[in-house]
Design a protein around this ligand. Structure first.
Ligand code: PLP
Length: 454
């Protein structure tokens, strides 16, 4: 048997893949990646595919970038890991300073972890613990949004709101207050055309404020994604919504906990969505693009006000009892530093703006397709929603996997994508060229027509 065939066999026999129905996976032919080259991945047979989802929304400057590789190698040649429980390392220190410099004003402390879920888990624990240390134990609940996604650990699932992922675990989860998804509620109130307008935001905020007025004494924090609910199918917030939530948090003494795991590091069009929206949260979670998509690293940033509540004599036991074996790993921190430096050297954000415009322009074409009911964009991320019947607003049955079929049709055209159900996700690396983006969108259109008909 060929080595490649053995790999395929072992993959199906031993490897339990994330978010994957393994029965179906094992019946299919899957891409086994061997290497990467810029915005492309190359499989074990030498087939080259454009990375249409940035390796699940984390790749920034492309694969196998010499400067990012160099940052990893340089650190590996010094030391790959040593604990940060009671000790420190040079890249982790420098990165903490850098993150404080580039994130919104007021976020002055950095707590590291390994992935976005954990960054959110930490955010929740810190907020809860903060009020506890302040002697306000009654502030122990979180306001969350329907359709939210903050990760897969029990804490981050507790503040999540995607039924198909989260409802099964309900008995294991802590109680939360849940408000409607801003986009879906806006569509309900004002229709798709007017959903994102400021007028609609006003109506939504009235509902939020009325709820907060009644419950704020028991609320530790308001947890929300920054500007868009990504995993729910790229559902952008109506104009000014995030800013209004900031105002409400300030007025009612609630911590604003913003999840920038997906939007951070340029995806929103600015370095962070909070900067784009002029919002200064109390706690902010970062992950995904922090290392340019090279190594697992995440961070939770807080204000001094929060940090200071954890200070005390050792015997007071006020400190934050949290930390993992690989917290603040120096190799991951070193590549994160190089990633941030590349933003400056390659003028990533400047070059991104025309691509965001191009995406906006070209997305309009999709609305003309018979099976596309909605297109949504936030910065350099977009979703194209497919339905069986546009007039009747009738979705395809879940088991038909229409989005997946379109993804397979894209693969034939040399593009790897992963849809969210029947929402086709457009999330290529920020280093994508305009030509590549055009080809991606042409192929998506053709693939939708091929699978769904015209
Ligand atoms: N928060 C948001 C907004 C996300 O989109 C994700 C992942 O998609 C997470 C948290 C979880 O991050 P991770 O998969 O790195 O645990």
């Amino acid at each position: 048997m060929e080595d490649k065939e053995i790999l395929k066999q072992w993959d199906k026999e031993y490897f339990w893949h994330p978010f994957t129905q393994m029965k179906v996976y094992r019946e299919e032919d899957n891409v086994i990646v061997e290497r990467g080259e810029g915005n492309y991945i190359i499989d074990i047979y030498g087939n080259k595919y454009f990375d249409g989802v940035s390796s699940l929304w984390c790749n920034v400057h492309g694969h196998n970038h010499p400067k990012l590789n160099q940052a990893i190698c340089e650190q590996v040649n010094k030391i790959s890991h040593f604990t940060t429980l009671g000790a420190s390392n040079i890249p982790a220190i420098k990165l903490a300073k850098k993150l404080v410099d580039i994130t919104p004003e007021g976020l002055n402390k950095v707590f590291y972890s390994e992935d976005g879920s954990e960054a959110m888990e930490i955010a929740i624990k810190i907020a809860y613990h903060y009020w506890h240390n302040k002697g306000m134990k009654e502030k122990n609940k979180f306001i969350t949004l329907s359709e939210a996604y903050h990760g897969d650990t029990i804490g981050s699932v507790s503040v999540g709101g995607i039924n198909i992922f989260h409802e099964k675990y309900r008995p294991l989860l802590f109680d939360i207050y849940k408000l409607p998804s801003p986009y879906l509620q806006a569509v309900k109130l004002a229709g798709r055309e007017k959903a994102l307008m400021e007028e609609t935001t006003k109506k939504l905020i009235e509902e939020v404020e009325e709820f907060v007025f009644r419950h704020h004494q028991t609320v530790a924090g308001f947890v929300l994604e920054a500007g868009v609910q990504g995993a729910a199918g790229i559902l952008p917030f109506p104009k000014g919504y995030l800013k209004e939530i900031e105002r409400i948090c300030r007025e009612y003494n609630i911590l604003m906990i913003v999840d920038e795991v997906a939007t951070g590091f340029g995806r929103s069009g600015k370095m962070f969505a909070c900067i784009k929206e002029d919002v200064k949260p109390d706690i902010m979670a970062l992950g995904k693009g922090i290392t340019g998509g090279y190594l697992p690293l995440a961070a939770t940033l807080t204000t001094d006000e929060i940090f200071n509540e954890f200070l005390g004599e050792f015997g007071e036991a006020k400190h934050f009892y949290h930390g993992h074996t690989y917290t603040g790993n120096p190799v991951a921190c070193n590549v994160a530093l190089a990633n941030i430096q590349l933003f400056e050297e390659e003028k990533t954000l400047e070059k991104l703006q025309p691509k965001i415009k191009l995406l906006e322009e070209r997305l309009k074409e999709f609305l003309e397709l018979n099976h596309v009911i909605d297109v949504r964009q936030y910065g350099f991320m977009a979703g194209v929603e497919l339905v069986k019947d546009k007039e009747k607003k009738q979705p395809y049955p879940y088991g038909e996997r229409t989005g997946f079929k379109v993804a397979k049709a894209m693969l034939k055209r040399g593009i790897w994508v992963r849809p969210l159900g029947d929402v086709m996700v457009i999330m290529p690396p920020l280093s994508t060229t305009e030509e590549e983006l055009d080809y991606f969108l042409d192929s998506l259109k053709e693939s939708i027509i091929e699978v769904c008909g015209n």
